[in-house]
Each structure stands twice: as structure tokens, then as C-alpha cells.
Design a binder for this molecule. Structure first.
Ligand code: G
Ligand code: G
Ligand code: NA
Ligand code: MN
Length: 253
């Protein structure tokens, strides 16, 4: 059990750290980007996963500080990778509450400026469910983020309740196929059909497709055959600290 005061202290103390999971471009075989996934490096309880504290942060309003801390780290690391000669796109997950925050775009603009990072190097991941909590407001926030030049992707695609008509009007560039479909696609004909259809749909709409949950080389090959653009999953590696990324990038490539 996590308590509000404890989480607030942890955010202020810098105990929330972003780990990064690689994303590989299927056309080039190169690591093209990473997704930042927040972990709480708790002094006594070890590494805590977001499932145990994100909901609390949302309910208590701490999510603003948390998102802030996450964005600052992502942009600082992005800057360091670029300075080291290996630029990588960095993705950050937005919660429903952040997506309803009309001050977020201006804030992101200021953080990008302060970090000296090009807007195109940042991607923000949203879910259909988060968008549908307040569609009009989310649309306005996304519109302004897009005007900044930040990339936008729909996470866990296929599991939410947004209509395709609505989604096609959002200023997103990327769909991330939910891992439940990808993990089942070699054994379940229905899952494979869904993955194939999402890739076709995305491309027809001019969107890029990332498949999540790639756990085997066979899945990787199948996604290449289906003309998926990028993959992410335990086959390449889970989320790791920034310092371990260069070795992983070298191993993958
Ligand atoms: O890494 P893990 O599988 O435990 O992530 C679980 C969930 O936590 C995922 O749905 C992910 O989108 C979410 N998550 C991870 N990092 C962040 C973050 O920095 N902010 C928010 N709002 N959610 C995150
Ligand atoms: O909801 P979201 O897509 O942001 O969740 C991301 C989480 O999915 C990561 O934190 C990670 O723990 C998990 N994940 C990443 N790759 C794989 C994978 O190949 N298999 C499984 N089962 N989970 C994965
Ligand atoms: Na995500
Ligand atoms: Mn996802």
C-alpha cells in the first residue's frame, strides 16, 4: 500500500526514475526510439512499478508533479543521447488527467526549450480511454501539443472505446497495437487478423504502426511480413536505466 504523503515525498526526493524500453524500426533494424516507463526506486521496498502508484497520483492530483518529473528526465536523457552522437526519439505516457490539463502544452513547450530538445524528438502516448474521459478538452490539448511539433501516439490501440471516426480526427501520427493482440498472433487466427487489419487501417490513414509485446523472433518476422513499422517488446528487452541503453542498442544492432 502506497500513501499519498509518501508518494509526494518520493516525487520531491527524485525517487521516481524513468527506465527505457527500446523500439526498433523493422525497415532498418535500428533502434529508433525508446519508451520511458516510470519506476519508483524506493529506499526500502526496492523497485515499484507504476501500477502501484499512478492511480493514487491521479486521484490526489500529484500526477502533475509526477508527469513534470518524468518529462524533465526524459528530455535531459534525450539531450544526453543526442550529445553523445546517438539521438533517440523518447516517448512519455500521459495519464487521463494530464490530457485534460489545458496548461500542459505551454508547459511542455517551456520544458523543451529549457532542455534544448527539438519537439520532434519527443512523443507523447495517450490511450483511447483517457481521451474519452473529456473528448473536447483532450482534443484541444492534443491540437496544441501537435502545433508545437511533438509526436502523438495512441497506446494500447484496439482495447479502448473510442470510435474510429473520432480517432481519425485526432492529430496523432502513430498507433501502438495493444500487446494482447501481438502476443496471441502466432497461435490465434483472430489476433493475427486484428493485427493485420490495424496495420492496414493505420497505413491507409497515413499513420505509423508500432507493435507492442513482441516476445519472440517469430513474431518479429511475422510483423515484418505484415509491413508493421516498428516493434517493442521483451524480445528486444524490457525497460532499463538510461546508463544501460548503449550496450543494449549495440547488442540489438
Ligand atoms: O512498466 P509497466 O508495465 O509497469 O507500466 C504499467 C503502466 O504504467 C503502463 O500502462 C504505462 O503506460 C503506465 N506508465 C508507465 N510510466 C508512466 C508514466 O510516466 N506516466 C504515466 N501516466 N503512466 C505511466
Ligand atoms: O500500457 P503500456 O503499453 O504503456 O504498458 C507498457 C508496459 O508493457 C511496460 O511497462 C512493460 O512492462 C510491458 N511490456 C513491454 N513489453 C512487453 C512484452 O513483450 N510482453 C509483456 N507481457 N509486457 C510487455
Ligand atoms: Na505506453
Ligand atoms: Mn501500450
Amino acid at each position: 500500500l502506497v500513501l499519498h504523503g509518501e508518494l509526494r515525498r518520493a516525487v520531491a526526493a527524485g525517487e521516481l526514475r524513468l527506465h527505457y524500453q527500446p523500439q526498433v524500426c523493422l525497415r532498418t533494424g535500428r533502434v529508433i526510439g525508446v519508451e520511458g516507463l516510470v519506476r519508483w526506486e524506493h529506499p526500502r521496498r526496492g523497485l515499484l512499478l507504476p501500477g502501484s502508484f499512478i492511480d493514487l497520483a491521479e486521484q490526489t492530483g500529484l500526477i502533475r508533479e509526477l508527469t513534470d518529473a518524468v518529462l524533465v528526465q526524459a528530455l535531459a536523457d534525450s539531450r544526453a543521447w543526442a550529445d553523445a552522437g546517438r539521438p533517440l526519439r523518447v516517448a512519455v505516457n500521459l495519464s487521463a488527467r494530464s490530457l485534460g490539463d489545458l496548461e500542459l502544452p505551454g508547459h511542455v513547450a517551456a520544458l523543451l526549450r529549457d532542455a534544448g530538445v527539438a519537439p520532434g524528438a519527443l512523443e507523447l502516448e495517450i490511450t483511447e480511454t483517457a481521451v474519452m474521459e473529456d473528448p473536447a478538452r483532450a482534443r484541444e490539448v492534443l491540437r496544441q501539443l501537435r502545433l508545437l511539433g511533438v509526436g502523438l501516439s495512441v497506446d494500447d490501440f484496439g482495447t479502448g472505446h473510442a470510435s474510429l471516426a473520432y480517432l481519425s480526427q485526432l492529430p496523432v501520427q502513430t498507433l501502438k497495437v495493444d500487446r494482447s493482440f501481438v502476443m496471441g498472433m502466432l497461435t490465434d487466427a483472430g489476433s493475427r487478423t486484428i493485427v493485420k487489419a490495424i496495420i492496414g487501417l493505420a497505413h491507409d490513414l497515413g499513420l505509423r504502426v508500432v507493435a507492442e509485446g513482441v516476445e519472440s523472433v517469430a513474431t518479429w518476422r511475422e510483423l515484418t511480413a505484415l509491413r508493421c513499422d516498428e516493434i517493442q517488446g521483451f524480445w528486444l528487452g524490457g525497460a532499463i536505466p538510461s546508463a544501460e541503453l548503449p550496450a543494449l542498442v549495440a547488442a540489438v544492432e
